[in-house]
Design a protein around this ligand. Sequence first.
Ligand code: SAM
Length: 259
Amino acid sequence: MDFMEFKDEAAELLNLNLDGYKLKRVERRTKSLMRRHDIDDFDECLEKLERDSEFRAAYLNHFTINTSEFYRNPDSFEYLEEKILPELLEEHGSINIWSAPCSNGSEPYTLAIILNEMGVKKRNYSILASDIDPEILEKAAEGIYPEKALKNVPDELIDKYFNQISDERDSHQLKKKIRNEVEFKKMDLINKGFQNDWHLILSRNFFIYLTKDLKQELTQKFVDVLNPGCYLFLGNTEFIFNPNKFNLEKVQMSFYQKN
Ligand SMILES: C[S@@+](CC[C@H](N)C(=O)[O-])C[C@H]1O[C@@H](n2cnc3c(N)ncnc32)[C@H](O)[C@@H]1O
């Protein structure tokens, strides 16, 4: 079987719409996992996906790049803290934030830390964090991070919001107060309806994996559930071509405001 055939069968088996992802990348990731597991061809790979649930989880895991860190692109989070969040809170009183996808939770937890540092009362915000990968969501809820995920967090905030749990690399656990501020939910962003009433949606370092068509479709879906005047926050290497088409205005490198 060739890759295109494999991709269709694997998509059905995994209940995942692989057509929305850049296929060259899916093929590369599939082949590298096959090499790692000594699998010779796509038939064998599909067979293993069918019978071996651990391999199925490994495939999903390998394919869904979970890299994330606290304050990823610090300049954007500074702009968020100084400009976007104060404006949204003043305008709306209380705000709903969605991190989609959230990976290991460092992104939504960064938001919770920022809101705490701003002195905003918990009743004035909610943070939902979703991802397709159940394993990474379990880790996110635990809130344990290696030193390198905290490289952009100032020392005084590490002392204030994390407990050192060992001298090893996975050494810091977020305090329960912050962990309790984020609701994690398993959600496939492709082919699913979105809940509405959002003031800020972070969809960062996800569009880069998608085809142009799917990116456009998801941009429209995010815009549809954003309240007027509210923001979509993308990763630093991502941008929306022709934002006017989506009723969006680019206000800073990574922030788009709905008109
Ligand atoms: C690189 S991480 C981005 C995490 C975070 N937003 C950041 O910028 O640091 C990409 C995430 O997309 C998730 N993902 C991939 N396909 C998805 C889908 N169809 N629905 C929801 N999440 C998906 C992966 O599991 C992974 O955790």
